[in-house]
Design a protein around this ligand. Structure first.
Ligand code: CA
Length: 708
């Protein structure tokens, strides 16, 4: 098979959607060739050439051979089993009949897009210990493809360039500036103006956020934009950091890193020559510990516009000033032209975690509208004069006592991409209605410890009682909301069994595609929301689907695979999805008749725990220690969401090795880090005893339900 990789070449055969602007128009954009280059995507709708299909990241496809009239005839054309059954979050890139995508542990796959045949695979072999250094599963949201190279951000922070023909490594560079802290990469790189752009994750552990730009050919650093200030004893790295410093208080705000990580959203407007990035929450969440309880803390939880050639700051809009609820603004950013008050406005749209849907003028950052797209108790409204949210202190300020705040830290919308259909004018948002109780604690240490989440906030206590767990789980509502960004209200919505449903794709065939947490792939009419098609996926689907054409045939492809924040951190609540992790690429076309094998359903033998020897005091301490150090992956109260082993089922061998595993890293290669530097042997024993108690609890629950 002959491969071509010039699809995204500047000035190449595919150049230019926005076309030949008069030089100097649009905010004094430099009048170079690149200012006139626009992604080729709209000239070649059969390809899906960048993360959001186009630089504006609308995730809208002009393809319409599959339409609301025939979508019922979609069948499975091919499926491809991925190596690791953990969270799958990637958006595939499809260029000239080849699909480049990623699975868990940052493994890259190049597949024949018409048949699913493996062309090559690259495993960056992220070390087991590094796999434990992120909050939200060993996920990856996909690669960038540019001029014959495939770019991967590996979980351990390496940016790797591969030869698109064979997967051979061409160069790699380490994006992590401080290996004493838990930096990871889960996001997809973007390529703008010959530079590969990538940020990091890690704000729950205490890191300083930044975005780096590397030369796409050589991997040499071009520029770096810090999102939060560093040590005030040293000179600020930029004018933007001087501005940011004035918004942080206390003397040690920089020591916990500050956060503001750029772990997902980016978009680019070639006409204005502006790059837009979304930044994450602050480190710590607790604003008192972080910044003496004051200040906006720029640029956490913000949308920032930069010059892509230099990283120079242009404007910012902070969606949650002084954030203390993990209300990141890293959620998907979409650029579009909308009719507002009788004028066509060039806008930027975002539905960040905080529950408000923002429409900004993307040239200036001016706020045009902000309405709630989901229940949000932390603020009453956004003041259109000041552009700032009016925080309901009584409802949401947990520094003065525990508060149940909505949305919860998992967000009213998380990383799952939304899409915008210019024909309907609607934005299709995977919405989550959630709430969580937060209360302030004194942060454990003044310095970050790798692999240990340190928020200065108590994780919400989840009672062990299964009836209460069910009640809370029922109150978490997942929805697909078709949002009208001009009228600022929902046009239609669909309800789901749980939260954490998949990203969306909209097409010119009047369709919206979405996978669901409960294991289906679905198509709706884009205008009315009527369900037109669904098919089983065998597992939870979280990623954003894509559509493309090969030899005149239209395909729709879903990356299926359950994992991520919901089943890891909120394990007991995620069990309502009733799926197991089983990672595959699922690709559909009209008239195909492929079948998936039956879903994994192996029965787990009953736990055989040793006798319980600890008393109530030690068990109480064991529960607190478990939830603090282990619950973030193995599930609160030792109820796993089914992605990471459920420790209630430990066998006799593992019980015997407990101390070696937990303290000394016996299973480090598998991703279980040693905790000897933060846990004493006595505390490890308390955790072990708590697990033994929970195994006995489970046997009692199983026995009781068998009798019923
Ligand atoms: Ca966060």
């Amino acid at each position: 098979m002959k491969l071509k990789f010039n699809a995204l070449r500047p000035g190449g055969r595919l150049a230019v959607m926005c076309l030949m602007l008069p030089a100097g128009m649009a905010l004094g954009a430099p009048a170079d060739v690149d200012a006139r280059r626009v992604i080729a995507a709209d000239r070649e709708p059969g390809n899906w050439m960048s993360h959001g299909r186009t630089y504006g990241e609308q995730r809208f496809s002009p393809l319409k051979k599959v339409s609301d009239a025939n979508v019922g005839q979609l069948g499975l054309a091919w499926s491809y089993k991925l190596d690791v059954d953990r969270g799958v979050e990637a958006t595939p890139i499809v260029v000239d009949g080849v699909m480049y995508t990623t699975g868990a542990r940052s493994i890259v796959y190049a597949l024949d897009a018409a048949t699913g045949r493996l062309l090559w695979k690259h495993d960056p072999k992220v070390h087991g210990i590094r796999l434990s250094e992120g909050c939200c599963d060993v996920v990856n949201r996909g690669v960038a493809v540019w001029k014959g190279k495939v770019y991967l951000g590996a979980y351990d922070g390496r940016l790797i360039a591969l030869d698109a023909r064979n997967g051979r490594k061409l160069w790699e560079t380490d994006t992590v500036l401080d290996h004493g802290r838990s930096y990871t990469i889960t996001g997809a790189p973007r390529v703008v103006k010959g530079r590969v752009l990538i940020g990091n994750g890690g704000a729950e552990y205490g890191v300083r956020g930044y975005l780096s730009a590397y030369d796409a050919d050589s991997g040499k650093l071009s520029w770096r934009f810090y999102t939060v200030p560093g040590d005030p004893a040293k000179p600020a790295e930029s004018k933007a950091m001087e501005m940011a410093r004035a918004t942080w208080f206390g003397t040690e705000y920089w020591k916990q890193g500050g956060g503001g990580t750029v772990w997902d959203a980016m978009a680019y407007d070639p006409e204005l020559d502006l790059l837009y990035i979304g930044t994450g929450n602050a480190s710590w969440w607790n604003r008192k510990a972080r910044s003496d309880g004051q200040g906006d803390n720029l640029f956490v939880s913000s949308i920032v516009a930069l010059r892509p050639a230099t990283g120079e700051y242009v404007w910012h809009y902070q969606v949650t000033p002084g954030d203390m609820w993990d209300y990141t603004a890293t959620q998907h950013i979409i650029l579009a032209d909308l009719p507002i008050d009788g004028k066509t406005r060039k806008v930027l749209m975002q539905a960040p975690k905080n529950g408000f849907f923002y429409v900004l003028d993307r040239q200036t950052g001016e706020l045009l509208s902000a309405e709630k797209y989901a229940p949000a108790t932390w603020a009453t409204h956004v003041d259109m004069k000041t552009g700032r949210p009016v925080v309901d202190e009584k409802a949401a300020n947990y520094l003065e006592g525990p508060k149940v705040v909505s949305p919860a830290f998992i967000g009213a919308h998380n990383w799952h991409p939304m899409s915008f259909n210019p024909q309907t004018g609607l934005v299709y948002i995977p919405v989550q209605e959630t709430a969580a109780m937060l209360s302030a604690t004194t942060p454990a240490t003044r310095s970050p410890h790798k692999s240990v989440v340190n928020l200065g906030v108590d994780v919400p206590d989840l009672p062990e009682d299964p009836a209460i767990v069910k009640q809370i789980s029922d109150s978490f509502k997942g929805k697909l909301v078709a949002w009208d960004p001009v009228r600022q209200k929902a046009a239609w919505s669909q309800d789901y069994r749980t939260i954490y449903n998949g990203g969306t794709l909209s097409t010119a065939g009047n369709l919206v595609f979405q996978g669901t947490a409960d294991g289906r792939v679905v198509a709706y009419a884009a205008d009315s929301g009527r369900k037109l098609w669904e098919s089983p996926a065998n597992t939870g689907v979280m990623a954003g689907p894509v559509t493309y054409e090969v030899k005149g045939e239209q395909y729709v492809s879903f990356m299926a695979g359950w994992g991520g924040t919901f089943p890891l951190i909120l394990g007991p609540l995620s069990l309502a999805a009733k799926v197991k992790p089983e990672s595959r690429v699922l690709t559909y076309k009209l008239g195909a008749t492929g079948q998936l094998p039956p879903p994994r359903n192996e029965a787990q033998p009953l736990p055989v725990p040793p006798a319980l020897t600890a008393g109530p005091e030690d068990l109480k301490a064991g529960r607190e220690l478990f939830n603090a150090y282990c619950g973030g992956c193995h599930g609160l109260n030792a109820v796993s969401g089914g992605v990471i082993p459920d420790l209630r089922y430990l066998d006799a061998t593992r019980h015997g090795q407990f101390e070696s595993i937990v303290l000394h890293g016996l299973r480090a290669a598998k991703g279980m880090p040693p905790f000897a530097s933060v846990l004493s042997p006595e505390n490890a024993t308390r955790i072990h005893q708590y697990l033994i108690k929970r195994a006995h609890d489970l046997n009692t629950e199983i026995g009781a339900s068998a009798k019923r």
